[in-house]
Ligand binder design. Structure first.
Ligand code: HEM
Length: 450
């Protein structure tokens, strides 16, 4: 459909290579459910050209739009190869099927505008939320407290990336003319500007297995199942970062009390932490207060394990195998997700519960598949030693090698004693994947019209 223009992308670009040939690199299993050719979507024999995502407030609207799309696609000579229904909420909450809050941390981006609450028109001139004190150096280079701004070219083609000299000014460097484009990926065709690469992963989640693991491991370590979950993710189920509520000093079940727990639902402050506290917390504007317990500094991974999911995929200010935080900022992704399958109704037999196929429809957006999504999965999540030695990502880490039973191990610190947690089976199994290009609305109208 894109035609010869796609030659603007290198032959080696994973987008052109295609997902089936990249899956082994990502650690997807060579056999069993996780093997790409056993999935429901994106097998090497499949021939999907287009993915359409329909998102509406009501199921009724989705069905209506879907019906219209099917008719017009059919008339245009397209045929439907696969369909998947998703939903945002599990048991009425914005969580994933493990009941952990989703959509908590996203990169904030230079040059993005927001409309002030109550304003009738926008965008305003504000490039960031007005939370950090204007006299502080972070006010210009951070979005919400804790989130330093990332260059838009990391997520949208045609804008400045974080490579080369970092200019500390909110010049987002839009490049309409590729021949003079500074920072534009060489060879990217003009129709790609304002578009982005999309990664799609259908990730089946073994909720029975996960819950059983939290219970048995909690009993073995003499901590609550909630705490084991917080160690695996680096956040409590409500989204509260474990470094802002380490839990270990709490008698009983270690979970934060309701007042402190509200941090997980607070979009202004639930990302207000780093792991090393290199820069400390930014002072806030008059009238703004972060009322929650401050983060602890955790350079040794004693509170938030180095292998925990969020520390694997965004080690923030920690020094990693790649270098300092500026390098980490070049491996960020924008994420969107929906759930699929029925809400889990815990039954006594976890294997029986897991016979129901449910999980996450994971989408990541970035301009460099290899340096961003693939890097996070292959180089960090699947590694025992990177970004910082401490084990494999317990949620998404994968080992495709035959015979090793895909065992996952991670190091945790329980009441000052280092222990190894072993997860004999995976909690998440990829059951369909694909790489797509998401064009801008302009390119959709000008180039991709059939
Ligand atoms: C079923 C599979 C997955 C589950 C259950 C899961 C769950 C979570 C949860 C609970 C969080 C913390 C809340 C939030 O920030 O939204 C999170 C954050 C994140 N996840 Fe996943 N995730 C999954 C797959 C993936 C994959 C495949 C990747 C990429 C390779 C990924 C990358 C991220 C990133 C970048 C963050 C934000 C980290 C931060 O900035 O703090 N996740 N995930």
């Amino acid at each position: 459909m894109i035609g010869d223009d796609a030659n603007g992308f290198s032959d080696l670009d994973p987008f052109r290579v295609g997902f089936p040939l990249r899956s082994a690199y990502l650690g997807d299993g060579e056999e069993g459910d996780g093997a790409p050719n056993n999935g429901k979507f994106g097998r090497s024999s499949d021939d999907h050209d287009i993915m359409a995502i329909i998102e509406c407030d009501t199921e009724y609207d989705v069905i209506e739009v879907n019906d219209k799309l099917k008719v017009s696609s059919y008339e245009a000579g397209l045929s439907l190869t696969w369909e998947q229904v998703g939903q945002k909420e599990v048991d009425g909450e914005t969580t994933n099927m493990f009941k952990f809050r989703d959509g908590v941390s996203q990169p904030d981006v230079y040059g993005t505008y927001y409309v002030t609450a109550g304003a009738t028109s926008g965008p305003t001139e504000k490039l960031w939320k007005e939370t950090i004190a204007p006299t502080d150096f972070r006010a210009e280079h951070f979005g919400i407290p804790g989130n330093n701004l990332i260059w838009p070219g990391e997520f949208i083609f045609g804008y400045r990336r974080a490579t080369g000299d970092i200019k500390w000014k909110p010049d987002i460097g839009r490049h309409d003319n590729q021949s003079t484009a500074e920072g534009l990926i060489p060879g990217v065709p003009k129709w790609a500007i304002d578009g982005t690469y999309q990664v799609f992963r259908r990730l089946t989640m073994k909720t029975g297995r996960f819950r059983t693991f939290l219970n048995t491991t909690g009993a073995q370590l003499n901590v609550s199942p909630d705490y084991v979950g917080a160690l695996l993710f680096g956040r409590w189920a409500n989204g509260e970062p474990i470094v802002r509520w380490p839990g270990v000093n709490t008698p009983g079940n270690n979970a934060p009390g309701p007042a402190e727990y509200a941090l997980g639902a607070n979009p202004d402050f639930r990302n207000n932490f780093t792991f090393i506290e290199t820069y400390g917390l930014a002072p806030l504007r008059a009238g703004k207060v972060d009322p929650f317990p401050p983060p602890v500094s955790d350079p040794l991974g004693a509170v938030c394990p180095f292998a925990s999911h969020i520390r694997k995929v965004n080690p923030r200010d920690s020094t990693t195998d790649q270098g300092g935080p500026a390098v980490t900022d070049r491996h960020r992704i924008l994420r969107r997700a929906s759930n699929f399958g029925k809400d889990p109704l815990p039954c006594e037999n976890p294997d029986e519960e897991d016979q129901e196929d449910r999980g996450l429809l994971f989408f990541a957006y970035q301009t460099d598949l290899q340096d961003q999504f693939e890097f996070l999965q292959h180089q960090w999540a699947n590694s025992v030693d990177a970004p910082i030695p401490g084990g494999i990502d317990p949620i998404i880490g994968q080992n495709s090698k035959l015979g090793e039973n895909r065992v996952r191990k991670m190091t945790v610190n329980i009441f000052g004693i280092t222990k190894e947690i072993v997860m004999p089976q995976e909690f998440v199994v990829p059951t369909g994947s694909g790489y797509f290009f998401t064009p801008s609305v302009t390119s959709l109208k000008d180039v991709f019209t059939v």
